[in-house]
Write a protein that binds this ligand. Sequence first.
Ligand code: SF4
Ligand code: SF4
Length: 69
Amino acid sequence: MAMKIVVEECLKCGACVMVCPREAISELTDSNGDIYYAIDAKKCTECKDEGGPQCKNECPVPECIVKAE
Ligand code: SF4
Ligand code: SF4
């Protein structure tokens, strides 16, 4: 039970990081030195106690944050 960020859709705005009540979203750097954002599936609860994914509510891109398979 976790959400994930579709890297190709992400605008790297950082808005999702602030709203996550579990501190599950991190700003990371790939091998090229580029920033990307990722959700730690071990920490993400899909915000089941907050009425649904807060990160997805905040994200400006509709299909950027989706359920992880
Ligand atoms: S669904 Fe909730 S717990 Fe999971 S990453 Fe988004 S804000 Fe954090
Ligand atoms: S809010 Fe959406 S677009 Fe912005 S960094 Fe998070 S996942 Fe990417």
